[in-house]
Design a binder for this molecule. Sequence first.
Ligand SMILES: Nc1ncnc2c1ncn2[C@@H]1O[C@H](COP(=O)(O)OP(=O)(O)O)[C@@H](O)[C@H]1O
Ligand SMILES: [Mg+2]
Length: 218
Amino acid sequence: MFLLKKVKYKHILDIQHLSIRENKITCIVGESGSGKTILLRLLNKLISCDSGEIYYKEQELSSIYSIDLRRKIVMLPQQAAIFPGNIRDNLLIGLKFAEQPIVHDSELQHTLKMVHLKNKLDDPSETLSGGEKQRLALGRIILMKPEVFLLDEPSSALDDETERIIIEQLVAYTKENQKSLIMVTHSRNIAQTYADDIIEIHNGTIAHFQEVSDERYH
Ligand SMILES: Nc1ncnc2c1ncn2[C@@H]1O[C@H](COP(=O)(O)OP(=O)(O)O)[C@@H](O)[C@H]1O
Ligand SMILES: [Mg+2]
């Protein structure tokens, strides 16, 4: 689905070849500062590589309009923005930015359940905790129904139990709806449990690529 060839970004990333599969759960692991966030930002065309090529479904990213690309590929940053207003406003704002149709409250409520939030749609969003804000932002991008989710440490502010519930929901949703999930995680346990593929980055290069799923089911 994604193909990277000889991609360089400043002195930070240097990737000879990387292929990321469609309809799979891909986890990106590696120490802090190794280039994980930069890689996600390249895939979402928030930044462009200095040399090399990045393809999404055989099309070079530079030839895809950013707006079109970001309807198909949506990124949840590590510190997702929460906007003034209530929970409903914050859920709908992704759809508004992407100029997609607004959805009914029942779908919003269903999405809140998916991200394990018990709030009402009219509740204020400013008073949520860091972990709750992160889940609200996750709900916002689930509503956008992208082909690919790019998540930057989505569960770093969550306790272990909530983390497990959210990741399980997301993985199930991805599989059931033929989406693709690419997720940076600090947790080797999460990667080993849920990933089909694990990409390990070290100092801006691919240190290791592991297909887990085939091993797990044997
Ligand atoms: N816009 C930028 N310009 C220059 N250097 C940056 C920029 N953003 C991040 N870096 C540096 O690039 C390296 C990789 O960053 P990042 O991808 O954020 O790491 P992480 O793996 O922790 O997500 C770090 O050394 C960071 O300081
Ligand atoms: Mg990072």
